[in-house]
Ligand binder design. Structure first.
Ligand SMILES: [Zn+2]
Length: 190
């Protein structure tokens, strides 16, 4: 979306992202307070991308906070993988596999980031249930405001880690699956 664009309703966003309306409303509220979104009342009102979104988002970049959230997310995923300990239900990573295939084909940088995020939310739900998906979405949502979005090359490299992770999960190999999660975290522009 571009500055000035009107956001879809919270219910629509929640449906699209597969997360609860409460999580979406909380995120929108926070972004209004940070000046990234504008709320306008009235018939032509709604929630809009702020005109100075780009400046606002750049001001929010904070590598230290991002690294702290990244560590937390890494622990969450490693924990979920260990917790699942070879009990991933048969055939259930189908959805994740099709996301991996879509990631390999996607060209648009924004779409790549969206699919990348979706992979981790779906993974959290598969291994931990719907409530863990909410936790992961709040974490990743905050994180994406603290760092510039990863470029296509980084997302594609991370997608190789997704493949290893799914393979190892599928054969119940916990240690190699945890290593794939760690390798994913190390795959970055820095
Ligand atoms: Zn990923």
């Amino acid at each position: 979306m571009a500055p000035g664009d009107r956001l879809p309703d919270a219910a629509v966003l929640a449906e699209e992202l597969g997360i609860s309306k409460i999580t979406v409303r909380r995120a929108l509220e926070g972004m209004c307070q940070d000046g990234l979104l504008d709320r306008r009342p009235g018939r032509t009102g709604g929630t809009f991308v702020a005109a100075d979104w780009n400046t606002g988002v750049t001001l929010m970049h904070d590598a230290e906070k991002a690294a702290a959230l990244d560590s937390l997310h890494l622990l969450l995923e490693c924990g979920l993988v260990a917790h699942s300990a070879g009990e991933v239900p048969d055939g259930s990573p189908e959805g994740l596999r099709s996301l991996v295939a879509e990631l390999d084909l996607a060209q648009d940088p924004a779409r790549l980031v969206e699919l990348e995020t979706r992979f981790h939310l779906d993974l959290a739900e598969l291994l931990g249930g719907a409530e863990i998906r909410e936790v992961a979405s709040a974490l990743l949502g905050r994180q994406c405001l603290l760092l510039p979005a990863p470029g296509p090359a980084v997302v594609r490299a991370r997608n190789r880690c997704h493949v290893s992770l799914l393979t190892e999960l599928g054969r119940g190999a916990v240690d190699p699956a945890v290593r794939a999660v760690k390798e994913h975290q190390r795959t970055g522009p820095s």
